[in-house]
Design a protein around this ligand. Structure first.
Ligand code: ADP
Ligand code: MG
Length: 341
């Protein structure tokens, strides 16, 4: 007798799974401007203004490891990853809710530290904690934060509005958080084998900080505003450059061409990649957790963007939606692929 075979989640991948789970939910509310499919959902709060909502779940053992994540940093990071999604819509975060599930191993003092980090992020980015939920867990710590943002309707930038020939730009540098994680993992293994050995994190402080305490790019949003540039599309880099470029392409129904030698990579990232025998390009394309902003602008804004600090122009949107490539320093174009989980 033939057994009914169940479909494994890995056959669909994260985004295939989200598409499948949400496909039957049609939207009828006229005030909803954007539902599933961008960094945040958007709905009208008045004729000219909108609220935005984004949420993220961090799971112990999957998104963080308490052996090397100080709880204060973790609290800060849990807020930041949410703020990043609101900035990626060119909006201002306003309120957060924080829900936690905690196992027995956590003391009150440990949770105090977590909330110190949350408070620090709230103060620094001018957001207010307005609620949440607290419950117990059988296996480790779960942190779910939801952020509410606001913006003028005309200021909001979506993933779906890039135009052909627009320049593709990215802030900061890429791949650092991933290589920081590799260094931390290496030291964890050494520590497990011999707790007497002190961790050797010297020369990798920058990339470790990028992993443990990322900063959302509010500064970039402000600088673009000052320069009079409104991106034609935008997304934050949480899953790696490749994956985010493919999102812009899919949502805007365009292709993209990026140039390897334009991708910004910090020296420490390149050094760590070398140590792990990786091409530095690999963590930049597939690493994730950079929380940089990836956006497009019309070609006519090129002069303006070149004056904005900490931005690299890495390629352009191509009219053919099938063409999604990276042009290496030498040799033939390589197809951009998203790393699945
Ligand atoms: P980001 O990386 O910017 O946080 P995600 O890749 O997590 O975005 O999510 C992509 C889109 O899918 C978002 O609009 C998000 O709200 C939606 N989404 C993710 N998971 C679910 C789910 N389980 N049910 C409904 N919508 C989801
Ligand atoms: Mg995002």
């Amino acid at each position: 007798m033939k057994k009914n075979k169940l479909n494994e989640i890995s056959n669909l991948g994260e985004f295939g799974l989200i598409d499948r789970l949400t496909k039957n939910f049609t939207i009828t509310d006229k005030k909803l401007v954007k539902g599933v499919g961008d960094d945040a959902a958007v709905f009208e709060s008045s004729q000219d203004n909108c609220f935005l909502i984004a949420t993220d779940l961090l799971v112990e053992g999957i998104h963080f490891n308490l052996i090397y994540s100080p709880l204060k940093h973790l609290g800060y990071k849990a807020v930041v990853v949410n703020l990043s999604d609101i900035y990626a819509m060119n909006a201002k975060p306003k309120y957060i809710t924080v829900s936690i599930a905690i196992s027995k191993k956590f003391s009150v003092e440990a949770l105090d530290l977590l909330y110190e980090g949350i408070l620090l992020a709230c103060e620094r980015f001018d957001v207010e904690l307005i609620g949440g939920d607290t419950t117990s867990s059988l296996s480790g710590l779960f942190i779910n934060i939801t952020v509410v943002g606001e913006a003028r309707k005309e200021d909001i930038v979506y993933r779906s509005t890039a135009q052909k020939n627009d320049l593709i730009c990215v802030s900061g540098d890429l791949g650092a958080a991933y290589m920081g994680l590799q260094i931390l993992e290496r030291e964890k293994e050494i520590f497990i084998q011999d707790p007497q050995i002190q961790p050797d994190l010297q020369n990798y402080e920058y990339i470790i900080e990028r992993q443990l305490k990322p900063e959302p790019r509010r500064d970039i949003i402000n600088r673009l505003k000052e320069a009079g540039i409104k991106p034609s599309s935008m997304i934050d880099v949480s899953d790696g450059l490749s994956s985010e470029i493919l999102h812009l392409c899919k949502q805007s129904n365009l292709g993209a061409v990026i140039f390897e030698d334009k991708i910004p990579i910090n020296e420490q990232t390149a050094k760590a990649a070398e140590l792990f025998r990786l091409e530095p390009l690999i963590p930049s394309l597939n690493g994730g957790e950079d929380y940089e902003l990836l956006f497009t602008i019309p070609l006519s804004e090129k002069d303006k963007i070149e004056k904005v600090q900490d931005i690299s122009i890495i390629g352009y949107m191509h009219e053919n939606p099938e063409k999604k490539v990276i042009v290496p320093k030498y040799g033939e174009e390589i197809e951009l692929k998203a790393q699945g989980w």
